[in-house]
Write a protein that binds this ligand. Structure first.
Ligand SMILES: [Zn+2]
Ligand SMILES: [Zn+2]
Length: 241
């Protein structure tokens, strides 16, 4: 499994970082986790075979994880008509406005729900067809009583966990990470002090840990000084698992 880091920024893009988006390329096809970056533009610049994309997972409905979804779905609908994939949305409330918006921007075309299929995420296994995808809730939007998720991807004995955004002040990674090893943990570091994350990571069984969505940027130095083996992927980097 290759993880292409399309966007690694926190809530706001910068000169060299798009907002959050990762493409996990598996033997079964591509799984896009979050769409904060202009994902369709980036896939085209990569010369990515678009028919390979089979799943889109959103961790939660903040704009820095979702705003590239509209152009992806728009262009999949009217132009790249061989594309066919499932979109997992964390909240039902986005569905009607999204469909309405797409019906407006995809002029003269009824939206192809047979090719681009939307589903609502709930905790547990979402798909298990060569790659198993399991959703774990996080407390990131708890104070607004809204859901947010991290995702475990498993393929051929390889396990990757992508944290999504975590609860403010807590770095509430799921408990299974203290019991069951993963090959790669991709974790955010914007919503709690670096020290809080470092304490959590003491108990996590991960062969490698990549930290993204870092803010403020001084945290890079704190994290690197404490754990020099931590990875800090930049936009365009690829990690093979
Ligand atoms: Zn975020
Ligand atoms: Zn967020």
């Amino acid at each position: 499994m290759d993880l292409h880091f399309l966007g690694t920024s926190h809530g706001v893009p910068s000169a060299d970082r798009y907002c959050q988006s990762i493409l996990a390329q598996t033997a079964q096809g591509g799984i896009l986790i979050d769409a904060g970056a202009p994902v369709m533009d980036l896939l085209l610049r990569m010369d990515y075979p678009l028919t390979s994309l089979r799943t889109v997972l959103l961790t939660h409905l903040h704009g820095d994880h979702t705003n590239g979804l509209l152009s992806l779905m728009d262009l999949s609908a009217w132009y790249f008509q061989t594309m066919s994939y499932d979109v997992w949305l964390p909240e039902e409330q986005i569905l009607a406005p999204l469909e309405k918006l797409l019906s407006i921007v995809v002029d003269d075309t009824s939206y192809p729900t047979d090719r681009i299929r939307t589903h609502i995420v709930s905790e547990g296994v979402l798909q298990d067809d060569g790659v198993r995808i399991t959703a774990f809730p996080t407390g990131h939007m708890r104070r607004h009583d809204r859901p947010a998720y991290g995702y475990l991807l498993e393929e051929d004995g390889k396990r990757v966990y992508i944290s999504g955004d975590l609860a403010g002040g807590e770095a509430d990674l799921p408990a299974f990470l203290t019991q069951e090893p993963v090959d790669l943990l991709v974790c955010e570091c914007a919503h709690f002090p670096a020290q809080v994350l470092l304490e959590r990571l003491e108990h996590v069984h991960a062969a490698r840990i990549a930290v993204v969505h870092v803010y403020p940027l001084e945290k890079y130095d704190v994290l690197h000084a404490a754990r020099p083996e931590l990875l800090f992927p930049a936009d365009g980097d690829v990690i093979r698992v």
